[in-house]
Design a binder for this molecule. Structure first.
Ligand code: NAG
Ligand code: NAG
Length: 442
């Protein structure tokens, strides 16, 4: 599918300039009208936020700040942009709160009302500064074999001002490849259950329904009660359930597991703190179906202090602490246990033998968590580490068993004498062997 062209270069900048200007004009008008509007509902739906005012005093020129820019519909949808869930429950409490401040300027007796609507995003100033998302750059969505690319190239070029009822979805482009790599085999399978932490603006729901087909079941977990709006109705041909709670709350996660015993694919795109990510994987990796998939994204937070991460590798940095306490350190430990069978230089252990592991090359003893870790080789078949995203494919590695074909073995340290090989003859022989065995080699 050829992505629809999108105005770029000069015209794109012109559009941006117009948006900025419009934002400024709106800001001025807002200040002069002394109006305040609480439009958080629009923001929650991922739709346009029509007006957000900023502080301006009557004695100074009413300057729209960057917040003003988000007031314009097309940019306003960004207010509900990255990241997928809030970092703390505090945000839930303040999310909808429109804090109103009334400033009376003594010199001119003009009263100015300032309304600040808490955007649906992290409390981290870092995110607010950096996630002023632009419109989707359709031209980079070149992997037309990937439905996620196709979805974004169509829905990323639509006009938000005309389609604000469509829930917004945003993602990093490099996540689209792992998504399709690990979820494609579930497509059009009846009743696939996809559970995720971090519903945010709800936009992944219609995408996944289109991807998996009718009968698809979505279970979303979020700290924001507004996401309850995304639950399906009886007339829908798929089901979406929403649960409100924090992924660092073990009691809550136990409740979720009991309520949803079957999960095929799990994605942690929640608040991204170390506590949340590690609590979630401890609970849900074992909970996912034996041939299912567990994914956790935005792993860069393992190095960021505001998420409980630890800047790692600097002089005198506590690397062992990084391994103990961060999500990426946790992934490292899953690899320790995953590889325990071979790290002594021989394939001495198999998944089941992990229970009797005695002489390993890492801290495999004396930890209260050992029973959990020992399940890793028994339930994980592959660990894929993408940039910022880890995928655990569930299953069990086959017992390490040596295999070999016919032929002559060249010993290690062979003298170097040889006759030139005749590949044509060899390949013919192999073809004949397949014919004789009546086996196709595709
Ligand atoms: C944790 O979850 C349980 C069950 O949903 C809830 O009753 C409890 O209040 C939550 N705890 C916190 C600290 O939010
Ligand atoms: C890391 O965890 C291990 C096992 O629980 C513990 O023995 C060790 O003291 C911890 N190290 C650091 C630096 O936190």
């Amino acid at each position: 599918m050829k992505p629809k062209g999108q105005s770029k270069g000069v015209s794109e900048w012109f559009v941006r300039l117009m948006i900025l200007t419009l934002g400024w004009v709106l800001g001025v008008l807002t200040c002069f009208r002394n109006s305040s509007m609480n439009n958080s509902a629009g923001a929650i739906a991922g739709g346009p936020r029509t007006t957000t005012s900023t502080a301006c005093s009557s004695t100074a020129l009413c300057q729209p700040s960057s917040t003003m820019v988000t007031a314009v519909p097309i940019v306003g949808s960004e207010a509900a942009s990255r990241p997928s869930s809030r970092i703390s429950t505090e945000d839930t409490a303040t999310r909808d709160a429109a804090t109103t401040t009334t400033t009376t300027a003594t010199t001119t007796t003009t009263t100015t009302t300032t309304t600040t609507i808490q955007p649906l995003e992290h409390s981290s100033p870092h995110f607010k500064a950096n996630y002023r998302r632009k419109t989707t750059t359709v031209s980079i969505l070149t992997d037309t074999a990937n439905p996620f690319h196709r979805y974004l190239s169509v829905l990323g070029s639509m006009d938000t001002s005309k389609h604000s009822e469509i829930p917004l979805w945003n993602s990093w482009i490099h996540y689209l490849e792992p998504y399709h790599n690990h979820m494609a085999r579930f497509r059009n399978r009846q009743g696939v259950v996809f559970m995720e932490i971090g519903v945010q603006s709800g936009g992944k729901i219609p995408l996944l329904r289109k991807y998996f087909g009718p009968g698809f079941q979505y279970v979303g977990i979020d700290i924001n009660p507004s996401t309850l709006q995304f639950r399906t109705q009886p007339e829908d041909d798929f089901s979406a359930s929403i649960e409100i709670g924090d992924s660092a709350n073990a009691t809550f996660l136990e409740y979720i597991k009991e309520k949803y015993p079957h999960v095929d694919i799990f994605l942690d795109d929640g608040g991204h703190t170390m506590e949340q990510q590690i609590t979630a994987i401890q609970h849900f990796l074992p909970h996912v179906q034996p041939e299912g998939v567990y994914m956790c994204e935005d792993l860069g937070t393992s190095w960021q202090k505001i998420y409980g991460g630890i800047p790692n590798g600097k002089t005198n940095s506590p690397n062992r602490k990084f391994i103990n306490e961060t999500m990426v350190g946790f992934v490292h430990q899953t690899m320790d246990w995953f590889t325990a069978s071979t790290m002594r230089g021989r394939h001495s252990y198999y998944a089941q033998d992990i229970d009797t592991i005695s002489n390993c090359k890492f801290d495999c003893k004396d930890s209260a968590d050992n029973p959990w870790w020992k399940t890793i080789p028994k339930q994980v078949k592959h660990i894929h580490y993408y940039n910022q995203l880890v995928v655990f494919e569930k299953g069990v590695t086959q017992r390490p068993t040596p295999l070999q074909t016919v032929g002559t073995e060249i010993p290690v340290g062979y003298s170097g004498e040889y006759d030139p090989i005749n590949w044509k003859r060899i390949l013919t022989k192999i073809d004949e062997a397949f014919e004789a065995a009546n086996v196709e080699f595709i």
